[in-house]
Design a protein around this ligand. Structure first.
Ligand code: GRE
Ligand code: ZN
Length: 326
């Protein structure tokens, strides 16, 4: 399919490049990976072209800003990363757009940077790499807590989506993974962390307060669509402090969008599609952690009608981000 749009696609600046080293796929692959994630020009655009991808919204690699302990440093680096990305977006406005990296260490500073990114740089929303650390290494702040309501008010007012992207749990909080470092990483722990954060948001009342909030999760929903029925079924018997006005599944279905990033599997895709509904499903690749070729070849041949493929691969994204594309 031509004209696809993708939006879990990553870039790095020199300050955050090392964050991704352990995910590059072995020592022999590092130079190529580093070149790909730093590139905001010809190689990326050519690869998009070759895979029928017309437009890509880029974001800073993980954990990026969220791993910084110093708030001033986080504010400064987020600004710098966003300005760097903006240069590429200005150069190729028909092909590239940006998500803001945000200093979530300080909710007011995060609001400010989001406003600047959307209004001055033309960015399409934010992508944040999970919980933020702050002050000490053993810290993990989730954004459903009351301190972030003013931030969500800003997101709501700007009416832009917020991409909740994975990061790895920090070692001091990762006892269940002991002895199995592979388990806490992208094969499993990424989804555990991100799904807990997403479900906390659903249970927090933030969607009652800001009914227009849209949160995006990747990797076919970070395991949630598969288990959404059971969550509600069990909570009827054992609510244990759940104070939501509606079933949790209703919040998830109404306020979350799901992308195919890094999860190119027909049965999982069919499950997410059936649970979320076609209006909430979106194609994405997760380049350069995934190969664009793998993403595109899978998506172009997964069982869908022509109209469904067009909607998930393109038109849903045009609507979600108000893109000025046909
Ligand atoms: C991602 O961006 O989603 C990602 C990483 C590292 C490894 C795997 C992965 O940042 O999907
Ligand atoms: Zn990603």
């Amino acid at each position: 399919m031509d004209g696809k749009i993708v939006f879990e696609e990553h870039m790095a600046i020199s300050d955050t490049l090392e964050d991704s080293r352990s995910f590059a796929g072995g020592s022999g692959k590092w130079d190529e990976f580093a070149r790909q994630i730093l590139d905001l020009g010809e190689e990326r655009l050519a690869r998009m072209e070759g895979n029928g991808i017309a437009f890509s919204i880029l974001s800073l690699n993980a954990p990026g800003i969220q791993a910084l302990l110093d708030t001033d440093e986080a504010i400064e680096l987020a600004r710098r990363a966003n300005d760097h990305l903006a240069e590429a977006v200005f150069k190729y406005p028909d092909r590239l757009a940006g998500f803001a990296a945000l200093p979530m260490q300080d909710p007011d500073a995060a609001s400010e940077e989001l406003i600047r990114s959307v209004k001055d740089l033309g960015f399409k929303g934010a992508l944040v790499n999970g919980f933020t650390q702050k002050g000490i290494p053993d810290s993990a702040i989730y954004f459903d807590i009351p301190e972030y309501r003013s931030f969500w008010a800003t997101v709501s007012e700007l009416n832009v989506p917020f991409y909740l992207h994975p990061r790895m749990q920090i070692p001091s909080r990762a006892q269940p993974y002991e002895g199995h470092p592979w388990l806490m990483s992208s094969p499993w722990g990424f989804a555990v962390e991100t799904s807990i954060h997403a479900l906390r948001m659903c249970g927090s009342g933030m969607f009652d307060e800001f009914p227009n909030l849209k949160i995006i999760v990747g990797h076919l929903g970070e395991h949630i669509p598969y288990d959404l029925w059971r969550i509600d079924a069990r909570m009827r018997f054992s609510p244990r402090g759940y104070t939501g006005k509606r079933y949790l599944g209703e919040y998830f279905r109404d306020h979350f969008c799901v992308t195919t990033s890094g999860n190119f599997c027909d049965p999982s895709f069919q499950c997410a599609l059936e649970v979320m509904g076609i209006d909430r499903m979106f194609f994405s690749a997760d380049y350069p952690f995934e190969r664009m070729e793998d993403a595109a070849n899978w998506f172009d041949s997964t069982p869908l009608s022509v109209a469904e493929r067009l909607q998930i691969g393109r038109t849903n994204a045009i609507k979600l981000f108000n893109l000025e594309l046909e």
